[in-house]
Design a protein around this ligand. Structure first.
Ligand SMILES: Nc1ncnc2c1ncn2[C@@H]1O[C@H](COP(=O)(O)OP(=O)(O)OP(=O)(O)O)[C@@H](O)[C@H]1O
Length: 788
C-alpha cells in the first residue's frame, strides 16, 4: 500500500475550518473556536477523544467499548489491509509527506500467538517466612520494635539474615564486608541497622553529643539514592530510646540519648549550608562521592578523624560512572584526617576528650548487586580482607568466609524470580504508538488504582520531549496546533510555556486518563528532581508514570512500581544495567513486570540478555523473556474491532505529528531525535551487532519522534522524500553520512560520560563534575563536542 499524503497546511482553506475571530491572543481565538465547535455538534470535535476512566477500568474489559464509541475515523488513515479510510477528500500536498504507520515496515518474525504468560515464580527477595526474626539475629530489641511497629517490617529478608549476625554477633571483629544481593532485597537496612546499633551505645560516654563529628559515612552514586538512604536512616533514628513499658523516671531504662543526627551532602545543595551543618556536627553523613571529596578537601569543619563506618552502596554503579579516582581520593582524605586527629589527641592539641578508642579501625562495607571486574577492583582498593556475604535461601552466612577474589567473577545477573520479563518487537514507525498503547494497557488493566510505571529513555532530551509531547499534545486541538504553526504572535507565549516547563513537575495526558506523568534526569534542578520523585511515589491512590534516563536505574526504591518499560535499552552497562532497571519493580517480594520495546534490528538482544542472566539457585530454570506482538498491544491499548486499532493508532500519531509541527515543538523533537541517535551510537562495540546506527531507518525512526522527516542535519539536504521512504541505498547513504560526520563518536562520547563522574584538575585541586553526572546527552560537554 502506498504511503498516504495529507495536506495539513491547506486546512486553513478547508470546508470544516471555522474562522471566528481574528487578532488577539491565540488562546482566546482557540477558545472562541472551541465554543463554535461545540455548537456545531460532535461531528466537528476531536479525532480521538479520551476514553472515560470508568469505562476502561472495568476488570476484564478492554478499551474497546470506550474507544469504539468515541473514536471517529481519522481524517485520513490506512489500514494494513490496504483500505484507506480517509473520509474527506484531501488536496494535494504542500511538501508534507505522511507515511502510514502500518505499511512499508520490515518483516518481523514475531511469535504468531502471544506467548501464554508463565505463572510468576516464588519471590526470591521477599521477607522470610521461616522462624527468622530480627531479635534472633542479634538486633537490639528497641530497633526491632521500631521496625515492626513504625516501619511495618516484621521479618528479615535473606540478605539481612545473612549480614546482620555476621556484623552484630562479632562486634569486636571489625572486618570489612562485601554484600552481594539481588535488587530490592533489603540491602539498605542490612547496613544501616548495624551502624545505628554500634553508635547508639556511645551515649554512655559522658562527653557524647553531635559535636563528636562524623562517625559513619554512606556513599551513594546518585543524589536520589543518597536522599532515599537518608530518609530511611532518619526514619530509623526516630526510634524510641527506652522500652515502651519503661517509666520515664527510671534512669536505668534510659540506655541511649538522642545525639545521633544524620545529614545529607549532595551535589546541588549549597555548600555553605552544608558546611554550617558540619560545624554543628553530623554523626552520620550520607553523600554522593564528588560532594564528599569536596568537603574533605575544603571544609575544615568536616570532623571525620573518628570515622568508624564507611559504606559504598551500589558499588557497580559507582564504577560505571567513573568514580574510581574520587573514591581513592576519599579513602586517602579519610586516612589523612584520622592521622591528624590521632596526632592532635596525642599532643593534647585538639579539643579531643579522653576515652576514645583510637585503636579501633574503620570498617568498610561495599554493596553491589553484581560482581563485575570494576567492583572487584574497587573491593581490592577499599576493603581489607573482606568477608563476602551473599543471600541464599538455605545458607545465609557464607561460613567459608571467602575473600572477594574467591567469588564467582562471571558476569551473570539474577533478577528477582517473581519478575515477569516481556518484550515487544515493534517496527520503528510504530514505536511511539506502541509505547502509548502499552502504557494505556498497563494503567487500565487492573482494578486497583495507583499503578506506578517507570519508563526508561536513552537520553535527557528524549525524556523531555516525550514528557512534553504527552502532556501538551491534545487529542482535540489539532486545528489550534496548525494555527500556531503559522502564527508569529504566539512566540512570546510559547517561550513562556517553555520556561515554565523547566520547573513544571507533572503532566497529564488525555491518552492516559487519571495518570500524572513525571520526569527525571540529571539536567533538572535538584529541587525538580526531588519533587518529581516525591510526587511520583507519594499519592499511592493515583496512577503515575516516571519518564527517566538511567539515573533512576540503581537503588531507587519507588514503592508500588508495578512495571518498568525500557523504551530504549541501556546504552551503557549492558545486561547489568538491564537487571538494575528492571529491579525498580518486583521489590521485597512484590510482583512486577518488565517490558522491553525493541526495534526489528535489535531482536538478537533477547537471546543475548537471556544468556547473561542466571537463576538464583543452581538447577532452577534460567530467567527468560516472553515475546508479545505489537499488534496485540496496539489492540489492547487502542481497542476497536478487528484492525480498527490501526486507525486509532494513526489518529494518535497524527495528533503527535501535528503538535511537533509547531516551531517550539519541532526543535524539541529534532533535538530528541539527534540526541537519541548520539546515545545510540555509544553502545559498546560488543553490542554493535545488535545496536548499530546503520541498522536504523532514519525516516521511520523520525516517526517515533513525531517527525515527518529525519532532521536535515542527519538526513542530508533536500532528501526528505528519499530519507523518509524505504529506499535502502538512500538509507545506507544517510546512515553512513551520520557515521562519518560523527567519526569517533563512541570514543568521544564515552570519554565525556566518564569525565562527568571523574575528577578533573582545577587550580591544582581535584574536583568532580558532579552536576552533570548522569547527563548522557544535551550537556554542555556533549553539545560542545558535537558542535565543534
Ligand atoms: N525485612 C523487610 N521486610 C519487608 N520489606 C523490607 C524489608 N527490608 C527491606 N524492605 C523493603 O524492601 C524494599 C527494598 O529495599 P532496599 O532498597 O534496601 O533494596 P536493595 O537491596 O538496596 O535494592 P537495590 O539493589 O535495587 O538498591 C524497600 O522498600 C524496603 O523498605
Amino acid at each position: 500500500m502506498d504511503d498516504i499524503v495529507l495536506n495539513l497546511a491547506s486546512d486553513d482553506a478547508g470546508p470544516s475550518r471555522v474562522s471566528s475571530k481574528k487578532g488577539g491572543r491565540w488562546t482566546d481565538r482557540a477558545k472562541a473556536k472551541r465554543g463554535l465547535k461545540r455548537k456545531s455538534g460532535p461531528e466537528e470535535s476531536a479525532t480521538l477523544p479520551t476514553p472515560k476512566r470508568s469505562r476502561v477500568q472495568k476488570p476484564g474489559k478492554s478499551h474497546e467499548t470506550a474507544l469504539e464509541k468515541t473514536v471517529k475515523p481519522s481524517r485520513s488513515t490506512h489500514t494494513s489491509h490496504g483500505q484507506a479510510t480517509a473520509h474527506t477528500p484531501q488536496p494535494r500536498p504542500q511538501g508534507q509527506i505522511i507515511s502510514s504507520l502500518f505499511s512499508y515496515n520490515p518483516k518481523v518474525e514475531l511469535p504468531s500467538q502471544p506467548t501464554p504468560f508463565k505463572a510468576p515464580a516464588k519471590p526470591s527477595n521477599a521477607p522470610l517466612t521461616d522462624s527468622s526474626s530480627f531479635d534472633g539475629l542479634g538486633v537490639d530489641p528497641l530497633i526491632g520494635a521500631h521496625l515492626s511497629k513504625k516501619m511495618e517490617i516484621e521479618k528479615p529478608t535473606a540478605i539481612q539474615r545473612a549480614v546482620l549476625p555476621a556484623i552484630l554477633r562479632n562486634p569486636d571483629v571489625h572486618r570489612d564486608i562485601f554484600i552481594q544481593s539481588q535488587t530490592g532485597s533489603g540491602k539498605t537496612l542490612a547496613f544501616l541497622i548495624p551502624i545505628i546499633q554500634d553508635l547508639l551505645p556511645l551515649s554512655t560516654l559522658s562527653y557524647i553529643d553531635r559535636s563528636i563529628g562524623t562517625l559513619a559515612i554512606i556513599i551513594a552514586p546518585t543524589r536520589e539514592l543518597a536522599q532515599q538512604i537518608s530518609e530511611i536512616l532518619e526514619a530509623l533514628l526516630k526510634m524510641r530510646l527506652r522500652p515502651e513499658d519503661a517509666s520515664a523516671d527510671d534512669p536505668a531504662s534510659a540506655r541511649f540519648t538522642r545525639w545521633l543526627v544524620s545529614g545529607l551532602l549532595i551535589g546541588g545543595n549549597t555548600r555553605t549550608h552544608e558546611k554550617a551543618r558540619l560545624r554543628k556536627g553530623l554523626p552520620i553523613v550520607v553523600s554522593t562521592p564528588g560532594r564528599l571529596l569536596d568537603h574533605l578537601q575544603h571544609s575544615e569543619s568536616f570532623n571525620v578523624g573518628k570515622c568508624r563506618w564507611l559504606v559504598m552502596d551500589e558499588a557497580d554503579r559507582l564504577m560505571d560512572l567513573g568514580f574510581e579516582e574520587t573514591i581513592t581520593g576519599i579513602l586517602k582524605g579519610l586516612e589523612a584526617r584520622r592521622n591528624l586527629a590521632i596526632k592532635a589527641a596525642e599532643q593534647g592539641a585538639g579539643h579531643e576528650v579522653g576515652g576514645w578508642d583510637w585503636e579501633r579501625r574503620r570498617r568498610t562495607i561495599l554493596c553491589s548487586a553484581t560482581m563485575k571486574e570494576g567492583v572487584q577492583n574497587l573491593a581490592g582498593t577499599a576493603l581489607d580482607n573482606p568477608l563476602l556475604v551473599k543471600a541464599t535461601e538455605s545458607d545465609a552466612v557464607d561460613t567459608k568466609n571467602p575473600t572477594v577474589a574467591d567469588a564467582d567473577a562471571q558476569e551473570n545477573y539474577t533478577p528477582p524470580a517473581q519478575l515477569s520479563q516481556r518484550y515487544i518487537v515493534a517496527p520503528l514507525k510504530q514505536r511511539l504508538v506502541t509505547l502509548i498503547a502499552l502504557l494505556r494497557t498497563l494503567i487500565t488493566s487492573r482494578t486497583a488504582e495507583g499503578t506506578k510505571i517507570v519508563v526508561f529513555f536513552s537520553c535527557t532530551d528524549s525524556v523531555d520531549f516525550h514528557w512534553q509531547l504527552l502532556g501538551r499534545a491534545k487529542m482535540n486541538d489539532g486545528e489550534e496546533a496548525e494555527e500556531a504553526v503559522s502564527d508569529d504572535d504566539d512566540e512570546e507565549e510559547e517561550e513562556g510555556k517553555a520556561a515554565s516547563a523547566d520547573s513544571q513537575i507533572a503532566m497529564e495526558s488525555s491518552l492516559l486518563p487519571g495518570t500524572s506523568i513525571y520526569r527525571l534526569h540529571g539536567s533538572l534542578a535538584t529541587q525538580t528532581r526531588n519533587q518529581s520523585l516525591k510526587q511520583f511515589s507519594n499519592n499511592a491512590a493515583k496512577s503515575s508514570i516516571l519518564f527517566s534516563t538511567s539515573v533512576a536505574s540503581r537503588g531507587l526504591d519507588l514503592p508500588q512500581v508495578r512495571a518498568v518499560v525500557q523504551y530504549d535499552l541501556p546504552t551503557e552497562g549492558g545486561a547489568a544495567e538491564y537487571v538494575h532497571r528492571v529491579g525498580r519493580t518486583a521489590r521485597a517480594g512484590k510482583a512486577g513486570e518488565a517490558w522491553s520495546i525493541l526495534t526489528p534490528s535489535e531482536q538478537d538482544w533477547v537471546k543475548w540478555v537471556e544468556g547473561q542472566m542466571k537463576p538464583e539457585k543452581v538447577g532452577d530454570t534460567p530467567p527468560t523473556l516472553q515475546g508479545v506482538t505489537p499488534e496485540s498491544i496496539l489492540q489492547r491499548g487502542f481497542g476497536g474491532k478487528g484492525a480498527e486499532y490501526e486507525a486509532r493508532a494513526t489518529d494518535v500519531q497524527l495528533t503527535f505529528e501535528r503538535w511537533a509541527l509547531q516551531k517550539e515543538n519541532l526543535a524539541l523533537a529534532q533535538q530528541a531525535f539527534l540526541s537519541h541517535m548520539r546515545a545510540y551510537a555509544t553502545h559498546p562495540s560488543t553490542e554493535k551487532h545488535i545496536f548499530h546506527v546503520r541498522h536504523l531507518h532514519l525516516g521511520h525512526l523520525a516517526k517515533a519522534f513525531a517527525l515527518r522527516d529525519a532532521p536535515k542535519s542527519i538526513s542530508g539536504k533536500g532528501k526528505s522524500k528519499k530519507a523518509t521512504d524505504s529506499h535502502p541505498p538512500a538509507k545506507k547513504r544517510v546512515n553512513d553520512a551520520f557515521l562519518k560526520r560523527n567519526k569517533d563518536t563512541e570514543a568521544r562520547m564515552e570519554a565525556v560520560v566518564r569525565s562527568q563522574g571523574r575528577l578533573t584538575k582545577k587550580k591544582g585541586m581535584m574536583v568532580s563534575s558532579g552536576a552533570d553526572e548522569f547527563q548522557l546527552a544535551g550537556g554542555y560537554n556533549l553539545e560542545k563536542m558535537f558542535n565543534s
